[in-house]
Ligand binder design. Structure first.
Ligand SMILES: NC(=O)c1ccc[n+]([C@@H]2O[C@H](COP(=O)([O-])OP(=O)(O)OC[C@H]3O[C@@H](n4cnc5c(N)ncnc54)[C@H](O)[C@@H]3O)[C@@H](O)[C@H]2O)c1
Length: 273
């Protein structure tokens, strides 16, 4: 089977020429791929991440800028939005990819509330606070596009008791803000990736918390998602090609959502060739 890696649309830098993008969590994984793809397609990219060392390395490779930020701290985001707009210019696009995956599938007896609070603080509160800081400025200018990263774990029952409910909330937050700012020219969408082979997922695989073969087997395509496959969907939703699309949640999951219930019937059929 041919393995596609995404990203077949404009490589001449014309799609986002003259636009400024902020990518939270852009130092690694999905955020990094989004940052790199937006830069390839012409955007000036600002990476905002807890990990300044990696953010600086990624930014250096795409002629971008890097800032240290903890998205769980709303005042930091508000100051960063003001700083970027003063020093670089008005932000046209925001990708909220900063997040932590809850690796271990812990029962409620095992899951410490501190973990629950941190997953809430980063994945939901952090996404909301970044939307608020950048989105309100976009709404005043009547122009902008926001892309949140949710998850298939927010669309189906899983044993991820902190992570899943937060991602479900990110999907609804996206719908609310799309409506809130729709008449102010700001589009807000989200993606729900299936298992994506990022450093975070690789770490969970290495720790024995996730089984790569089982994850591959659960999808229709029999594959894990690659970070660039998420990035190309993100670039589409942020682009003018998606000008009529707002408030949607697009699964990027190699058909995990449609295939996972086939396990009751013996699983997905093998390739016919
Ligand atoms: N990898 C997957 O299988 C998968 C699937 C669905 C959704 N997601 C979501 O995609 C997003 C990115 O995940 P990833 O797999 O690329 O992870 P990753 O660990 O590779 O990258 C996450 C980045 O976010 C940064 N970050 C973490 N906490 C932060 C904070 N408080 N403030 C600022 N930056 C912070 C990290 O430093 C890192 O650079 C997360 O929201 C995750 O839930 C991942």
């Amino acid at each position: 089977m041919t393995q596609l890696s995404g990203g077949t649309v404009p490589r001449d830098g014309s799609r986002f020429k003259g636009r400024i993008a902020v990518v939270t969590g852009g130092a690694s994984g999905i955020g990094r791929s989004c940052a790199e793809m937006l830069a390839e397609q012409g955007a000036r990219v600002v990476i905002a991440d807890l990990d300044l060392a990696n953010a600086t390395t990624v930014a250096a490779g795409i002629a971008g800028r890097a800032y240290a930020i903890d998205v769980a701290c709303a005042p930091e985001l508000e100051s960063l939005a003001a700083l970027i707009e003063r020093d670089i210019g008005p932000v046209d696009m925001l990708v909220n990819a900063a997040g932590i995956i809850q690796g271990a599938a812990l029962s409620p007896q095992e899951l410490p509330l501190e973990v629950y609070d941190r997953v809430f603080g980063v994945n939901l509160r952090g996404t909301y606070a970044a939307c608020a800081a950048f989105g309100q400025r976009m709404a005043v200018r009547r122009r902008g596009a926001i892309l949140n990263i949710a998850s298939i774990a927010g669309m189906r029952s899983t044993p991820l008791h902190a992570y899943g409910p937060m991602k479900a909330a990110v999907i609804q937050l996206t719908e609310n803000l799309a409506t809130e700012w729709g008449r102010s020219g700001v589009r807000v969408n989200c993606l729900s990736p299936g298992p994506v082979l990022t450093p975070a997922l690789q770490d969970a695989i290495d720790k024995g918390q996730r089984d790569r073969a089982r994850m591959e087997h659960s999808s229709a395509s029999g594959r894990l998602v690659m970070p660039r496959e998420v990035a190309s969907a993100a670039a589409f939703l942020l682009s003018d090609d998606a000008s009529a699309i707002t408030g949607v949640n697009l699964p990027v999951d190699h058909g995990w959502l449609v295939a996972s219930s086939w396990s009751s019937f013996g699983g997905v059929r093998a390739s016919r060739d």
